[in-house]
Design a protein around this ligand. Structure first.
Ligand SMILES: Cc1cc2nc3c(=O)[nH]c(=O)nc-3n(C[C@H](O)[C@H](O)[C@H](O)COP(=O)(O)OP(=O)(O)OC[C@H]3O[C@@H](n4cnc5c(N)ncnc54)[C@H](O)[C@@H]3O)c2cc1C
Length: 592
């Protein structure tokens, strides 16, 4: 389909061809038009839709975005009308002839060639297909495109309209979601909202693998509280047709919901478990869609992503590439990797158009990978790098954990924000993550800005952030991260980490400074309990039990134990405070 209704281009107009008509591609097209009224701009999209809100798909699945049309931000007609773009859907670019500067396009059974002066590749990513037997079963879905969400909604409507035998205790339709990454979690939330019983299968040992291990259990608890059956540390091995169960429809027993209904399946896991399901969504990540670029001989990086320079130029001076298909420089590690997120794709599209149109471009900034997801009542967000990446990259760092309220505690409705941040030895902020019911998004956005600006713990401590009791605190959680990191980095408060618990128990005295009642509800085995207000009077007990060893102090969140650590240090003890306290300890060691 083609919908160009604008004036005919002049013969000397620059010919810009864009492959892929969604985030990066459409940003490039729109910016190019704004910069060059006379350019001939053709957007080629293999699917039936352009400029659709793929980030909104899970929310249409859940029903929160009720109208499907809300997802379709533009049509070829609206883009022809507003931007004089020649947008062609159902047209797949199958080859690039770099010498002749033309692309080959397949449309139905026909193909044709189009010449270009500038070619922009924004083909996105392709879903990774894990090695699971039976993935072609019609009950197995992905969630990447408008047709994907249409198919899922149709399947759910069918399942809800034709419930299985009502005498069965399990009358809710059942789904298995494979992969607990960002989109997998959004799918789980959406399916649960539609009334399905959801099993979530994840190979890693915690949900949302980019999240630090001590934050992920908060999400796991939230999933469990909403009835999600979480299977961690296992992989799905096979999807097989299960025996069709009789269904009732108005009292009549039918053998399946619909003539075309695929019927229930069984998903076998690596631990031998078998999960019955009426539908399966597979979301185990994506890889760059770089086959076209590879075939054309463009340079790719080791991850298979298209190599580009700071202007989005590929190794061919007439070809630019943007979005999920390209390599970016990770801001902290310097690694060249793809980062499949909408923000970078949009900015890169704009930058490519600037470059094509001869604008002085600002070289591509490195990418932080700032990302956020809602999991029922919780928000999880991340920016920069996590601890595992820092360890793998051999980058020295200190990690601090805090659990403050999202606004002043005395104002009603304060919710705890769980924040983790990593700092270089010179205080530079390297990464931050947060989980909580409120206020996470703004803290992570401030911290992302701080990383981009090269800020340090000292800078965070001095940030002047908007404050009135309903919004924050006079010492905002971001300031608190700065204060705590300052204390750690200048040795005012030596600290220990929850993952070092075993070593701490072997070699140090563990001192619990919480109240007796908190202690009685759970504590580190063998810990000496001295409530922090009694510590000054009972230092002799600490000395007797420590016997010259280091004293590893903890409380619930790290505040009282900080005060206790300062008392002990002042009295000549070798003392250190547990980062994040019992809250962080329990997240990492749930069986304490
Ligand atoms: C369900 C879902 C939810 C998401 N949520 C978020 C979110 O909340 N936040 C966030 O930052 N990111 C999110 N993303 C990721 C974000 O959508 C992508 O990073 C972004 O769309 C990438 O832009 P792109 O232009 O590189 O690729 P896309 O937007 O995927 O566009 C690529 C287009 O190119 C077309 N194409 C490919 N090859 C050819 C060819 N040879 N010829 C013609 N056309 C071709 C494809 O059909 C596709 O339509 C989400 C993605 C999905 C699928």
């Amino acid at each position: 389909m083609t919908a160009n209704t604008g004036p005919s281009p002049s013969p000397d107009a620059v010919r810009i061809i864009i492959v892929g008509g969604v985030a990066g591609g459409m940003s490039a097209a729109a910016r190019a038009r704004r910069l060059d009224e006379h350019a001939q701009i053709v957007v080629l999209e293999q699917g039936n839709y352009v400029s659709f809100a793929n980030c909104g798909l899970p929310y249409h699945l859940s029903g929160e975005i009720a109208a499907r049309d809300e997802l379709l931000l533009h049509t070829p007609e609206s883009l022809a009308g507003s931007l004089n773009l020649d947008v062609r859907t159902g047209q797949r670019v199958t080859g690039i002839d770099r010498t002749a500067q033309q692309v080959t396009i397949q449309t139905g059974d026909d193909s044709y060639a189009l010449p270009y002066d500038a070619l922009v590749l924004s083909p996105g990513a392709v879903a990774v297909r894990p090695a699971i037997e039976g993935l072609n079963h019609p009950a197995v879905h992905t969630l990447r495109t408008v047709p994907d969400v249409d198919a899922l909604r149709e399947r759910i409507e069918d399942l809800l309209a034709h419930p299985r035998h009502r005498e069965q205790t399990q009358t809710r339709p059942r789904a298995v979601v494979i992969g607990a990454g960002f989109i997998g979690l959004e799918a789980v939330e959406a399916l649960t909202a539609r009334g399905l019983k959801v099993h979530l299968v994840e190979l890693a040992d915690h949900v949302l693998p980019p999240l630090d291990a001590e934050l992920a259990p908060l999400l796991a608890d939230e999933l469990a509280a909403h009835g999600v059956d979480l299977r961690l540390g296992v992989s799905a091995q096979a999807v097989t047709q299960a025996a069709a169960m009789p269904v009732t429809l108005g009292g009549t027993i039918r053998e399946s919901g619909k003539a075309s209904s695929p019927g229930p399946v069984s998903v076998t896991l690596s631990d031998g478990a078998a999960l019955a399901a009426d539908l399966v969504i597979v979301n185990v990540g994506v890889r760059p869609a770089s086959a076209l670029a590879l075939e054309a001989g463009l340079e790719l990086g080791p991850t298979g992503a298209i190599r580009v320079d700071g202007d989005q130029h590929t190794s061919d001076p007439h070809i630019w590439a943007v979005g999920d298909a390209v390599e970016v420089t990770q801001a902290i590690t310097g690694a060249r990797i793809p980062v499949p997120l909408a923000g970078p794709a949009n900015r890169q599209g704009r930058r490519a158009a600037d470059s094509i149109c001869g604008r002085r471009t600002t070289p591509q900034a490195s990418v932080l990978g700032t990302a956020i997801v809602r999991v029922f009542g919780l928000t999880a967000a991340t920016t920069g790098v996590n601890q595992a990446t820092l360890r793998r990259a051999g980058i020295a760092h200190e990690v601090v954990h805090i659990h403050p309220g999202h606004h002043a505690g005395y104002y009603p409705g304060s919710e705890q924000v769980h924040l983790v941040a990593s700092f270089a030895p010179d205080g530079t902020l390297l990464g931050a993550q947060g989980v909580g019911r409120a206020g996470v998004d703004k803290r992570i956005d401030v911290l992302a800005t701080a990383i981009r600006a090269g800020m340090s713990a000292n800078d965070l401590a001095e940030l002047e952030l908007a404050y009135a009791p309903p919004y924050g605190s006079a010492k905002d959680p971001v300031n608190m991260l700065g204060f705590v990191a300052q204390n750690v980095l200048d040795a005012t408060m030596p600290q220990w980490q929850a993952q070092d618990l075993d070593k701490a128990r072997e070699t140090t005295l563990i001192l619990d400074v919480r109240s007796r009642s908190e202690y009685s509800q759970g504590h580190v085995g063998g810990a000496l309990n001295i409530p922090h207000l009694e510590l000054r009077q009972r230092l002799n007990e600490v000395a007797a039990q420590a016997g010259g060893r280091t004293v590893s102090v903890y409380c619930a969140s790290g505040v009282r134990s900080y005060l206790a650590t300062r008392v002990l240090l002042s009295e000549g003890f070798d003392a250190r405070n547990l980062s994040g306290g019992w809250l962080t300890l329990q997240a990492l060691h749930p069986n304490l």
